[in-house]
Ligand binder design. Sequence first.
Ligand SMILES: NC(=O)C1=CN([C@@H]2O[C@H](COP(=O)(O)OP(=O)(O)OC[C@H]3O[C@@H](n4cnc5c(N)ncnc54)[C@H](O)[C@@H]3O)[C@@H](O)[C@H]2O)[C@H](O)CC1
Ligand SMILES: [K+]
Length: 216
Amino acid sequence: MTQLVTTSELQLIEEYTMQTMAVPQEVLIERAAMAVQEVIGAGNFDLSNVLVLAGLGNNGADGVALARLLHLQGIDVSLQFVGNLNRAKDSVQHQLKIAEHCGLTRSEKSDFQKATLIIDAIFGTGLNNTIPDGLQKMMRAANHADNSVVAIDVPTGISANTGEVLGSALKAKSTVTFGYEKVGLTKGGGKKFSGEVIVKDIGLLTPENFIFSQAK
Ligand SMILES: NC(=O)C1=CN([C@@H]2O[C@H](COP(=O)(O)OP(=O)(O)OC[C@H]3O[C@@H](n4cnc5c(N)ncnc54)[C@H](O)[C@@H]3O)[C@@H](O)[C@H]2O)[C@H](O)CC1
Ligand SMILES: [K+]
């Protein structure tokens, strides 16, 4: 029996971890980035040219932290933001500051064809309505380029609760999801777009006798 989580259950667990147990958000972001670094470094992916597509929320923050780790490892990694960076969460700005201090500057436009691996850090569990048209176009181009894509936490475009495709979704070879498998990865489009789902512990703490509504 594998525990699955809905986004509201995950929110309670995140709050418990950060508010009650006082684990800083930056620690979770760092451990999330390290978890993805470990998975893609295990030999099944060609890391000769990695493109990180980062969104404006914490999924993007995970991606920026990962790009910095790969850069420090000497990997040829490009970091491209999707959306207006001025509207990004503080967590993203903070990770970008660290990355720039480490010598990684963001690219404006990246060449999907050149990338041997694309990291999908655009939207995670926070996607709450249909993907904007412009981004849908870019995602279809990325799917068409037929690169290897590794999704951080949830493939962009997939509802973490229902597995529904919200306009368009990025097809992942693997999805590295944190703490627990999200319900949306096990059904509908979520199952199809997630590829191999790898659950990684990043130090999320779960309250005693927490009630999970779903399992598989
Ligand atoms: N579970 C954990 O303990 C950790 C999770 N992390 C990562 O955080 C994301 C969830 O981050 P969040 O900021 O809540 O949302 P997203 O990054 O998924 O989305 C960004 C942002 O986008 C806005 N938005 C939602 N839908 C749309 C839309 N259709 N069009 C435009 N904008 C949209 C909304 O405001 C969102 O906030 C989780 O997946 C993990 O990757 C932590 O980093 C590590 C610990
Ligand atoms: K993602």
